[in-house]
Design a protein around this ligand. Structure first.
Ligand SMILES: Cc1cc2nc3c(=O)[nH]c(=O)nc-3n(C[C@H](O)[C@H](O)[C@H](O)COP(=O)(O)OP(=O)(O)OC[C@H]3O[C@@H](n4cnc5c(N)ncnc54)[C@H](O)[C@@H]3O)c2cc1C
Length: 379
């Protein structure tokens, strides 16, 4: 099969800007339906080393990646099923979910971000209708998937409202001396939120993806300190619940914010993924929301082509359906994660007891738990 083209040779239906996980998935999904796609990626990589993050992906994202033949191409140790999730507050509050209770195969899958990038890139090489471009080519629709700092979004005049948290996420890979048993652990405290995501790289059954959200100054200290000091801070923060944790590679940091575009679409253009919305990673939902955008836009475009073939892919009436469908779930996820964060960011006081009781109460209320789990399982 032919490798992906590097120049525009056929008229395009859709020109996609940004080859991150959202842009790459959109290109593959449209190509499968026979759409001619151009994918504009920066000439030089924007990241210096491999992505150390692990993504918690939900059932909807896994299904999309399966259909794109990306999921099954991932190495076995790059995907780990989460069987149980344990969430602790800062004064005895506790909430836990299990796949068994929710009658699902897994609560989520922890996926190696670098392996996902590589599998998407490999699938794109063989995608029949995708042309790699260095700049925009004429197309009925411009799909902007450039992430939260998108320059094209700015050029289109779509205002991106940002509410920085003053926190950074520190991500790293860890190895534990005790098995993870498929349990994801999260601690909600003031001022940090710590997540340990069970993983199988580098050591099967004994590794974790770390996402630690901390005030900027503390995050900077933890990024700069020696591995031994970092591990000591981590042991103290996790209280040894996951065994003794050791760093197994580089640390990386990201500034965190809640953000959303005021407009998602316009004549001939649409925003997807982090270019349209950014949420705090405490919910592990940013990419899940972006892949749900992809599923929605592809379905809306495909339906419109079947029912109104005379309409262009950039027709605003069609794109409005996409924006309408995606706005509510995205806002809800942003509000939910932001609310949780604000609740636990409050200094110790009456709220401390309330939030911990709240966690434990949710744990005892099966319908609320089911509702929360369903929201997280499919965005
Ligand atoms: C620490 C951390 C942990 C996270 N954990 C999770 C998780 O567990 N689960 C989850 O669902 N989400 C998670 N997320 C969120 C997730 O990383 C993002 O939602 C996701 O990467 C968004 O994908 P994207 O393709 O929209 O944007 P990006 O990943 O930002 O990709 C954008 C792409 O566009 C390119 N680009 C930028 N400008 C241009 C331009 N002008 N022209 C062409 N190309 C351009 C960039 O080079 C990049 O390749 C996490 C985020 C962080 C920071």
């Amino acid at each position: 099969m032919a490798a992906m083209n590097t120049s525009a040779t056929r008229p395009l239906d859709v020109c996609i800007r940004g080859g991150g996980p959202v842009g790459a998935s959109l290109a593959l999904a449209l190509s499968r339906l026979g759409w001619q796609v151009g994918l504009v990626t920066p000439p030089a990589p924007t990241r210096s080393g491999p992505d150390v993050r692990t993504y918690a992906l939900n059932a909807g994202s896994a299904q999309l990646l399966r259909e794109l033949r990306v999921w099954d191409a991932l190495p076995a140790d790059a995907i780990t099923a989460v069987d149980e999730m344990q969430i602790d507050g800062d004064a005895g509050g506790h909430l836990e979910f299990s796949a068994w209770q929710q009658t699902v195969d897994a609560l989520a899958w922890i996926v190696d971000a670098a392996a996902l990038d590589a599998a998407l890139a490999e699938a794109l090489r063989y995608a029949p209708h995708v042309q790699r471009l260095e700049q925009n080519a004429p197309a009925a629709l411009l799909a902007v998937c450039e992430g939260r700092d998108s320059a094209t979004r700015e050029a289109l005049g779509a205002v991106f409202e940002r509410w920085p948290y003053g926190h950074h996420a520190v991500a790293a890979r860890l190895v534990a001396d005790a098995p993870h048993h498929g349990i994801a652990r999260q601690w909600f405290r003031s001022p940090d939120i710590l997540a340990l995501l069970p993983f199988d790289r580098p050591q099967i059954g004994h590794s974790y993806g770390l996402v630690w959200s901390l005030p900027e100054a503390r995050a900077a200290e933890l990024m700069a300190c020696t591995p031994a000091d970092f591990e000591a801070a981590l042991d103290e923060a996790s209280g040894g619940a996951a065994g003794t944790l050791r760093l197994s590679g580089e640390r990386a940091g990201w500034p965190l914010m809640l953000a959303r575009a005021q407009r998602w679409i316009g004549p001939g253009w649409a925003l997807l993924g982090d270019a349209a919305h950014a949420v705090h990673p405490l919910s592990g939902q940013g990419l899940n929301l972006g892949l749900a955008d992809v599923r929605c836009l592809v379905r809306v475009l495909h339906d419109a082509r079947r029912t109104s073939p005379w309409r262009s892919a950039g027709d605003e009436r069609t794109l409005r359906r996409y924006a309408r469908e995606r706005l509510a779930p995205t806002r809800m996820m942003g509000t939910l994660t932001d609310g949780l964060l604000q609740l636990f960011a409050a200094p110790p006081g009456p709220l401390k007891d309330l939030r911990n009781h709240g966690l434990t109460l949710v744990d005892r209320l099966s319908p609320v738990k089911r509702w929360l789990a369903a929201r997280a399982l499919d965005t």
